[in-house]
Design a protein around this ligand. Structure first.
Ligand SMILES: CC(C)(COP(=O)(O)OP(=O)(O)OC[C@H]1O[C@@H](n2cnc3c(N)ncnc32)[C@H](O)[C@@H]1OP(=O)(O)O)[C@@H](O)C(=O)NCCC(=O)NCCS
Length: 154
């Protein structure tokens, strides 16, 4: 398995991965257009030339980036791909000089296993909530905020 930057031919596989979970309300839908527009944010996990996982890193501000659109194909869960994708996104954030990353997630225990801590949602700046406008859950948001500081090599 290897994690690498996404390329144009990966867009449909990324869309299929995300939308398979979005159909079950586990993630936000992403159109193919959105994936092409934001392709440079994406990393993919590849096994035998097939994309089996994806993750994106979006810079929010000088001190904060979001890990989003994290998905591992159902048949490949539990093999360390989720961790490898998040660690690659963290590495990218570190290279860019971002000192803190966060995610909004229904899987806080997974993120805790890989060095994140649950934080009060109010700790995150308003700009973080821009995706909420198109989320079907709106006021019934059940996502939990998790964050990891990248200072001191953590
Ligand atoms: C959450 C998800 C990305 C995890 O990917 P994965 O490849 O199965 O996870 P890994 O194998 O890398 O697991 C890393 C660690 O987290 C643990 N873990 C994985 N999923 C977990 C979960 N749902 N709850 C608690 N711990 C979990 C593993 O046991 C492992 O622990 P270990 O290192 O102590 O052995 C994957 O289940 C997924 O795609 N879920 C659906 C989409 C989703 O919810 N995405 C998150 C949106 S922010």
């Amino acid at each position: 398995m290897k994690v690498r930057n996404a390329k144009i031919p990966d867009a449909r596989a990324i869309s299929a991965l995300i939308n398979c979970y979005a159909e079950h309300d586990k993630m936000l839908f992403r159109s193919l257009a959105e994936i092409y527009e934001n392709l440079q944010m994406f990393l993919v996990a590849e096994e035998d030339d097939t994309v089996v996982g994806c993750c994106a890193l979006e810079i929010i501000w000088s001190d904060l980036a979001e890990i989003k659109s994290l998905a591992v194909a159902p048949a490949h869960k539990g093999q360390g791909l989720g961790r490898a994708l998040v660690e690659a996104a963290v590495e990218r954030a570190r290279d860019l000089g971002v000192p803190r990353v966060f995610a909004l997630t229904l899987e806080p225990r997974f993120f805790e296993r890989i060095g994140f801590a649950v934080v009060p949602r109010e700790d995150l700046p308003m700009k973080v909530w821009s995706d909420c406008a198109r989320c079907p859950k709106q006021q019934e948001c059940d996502e939990i905020a998790v964050a990891r500081s990248l200072a001191n090599g953590s």
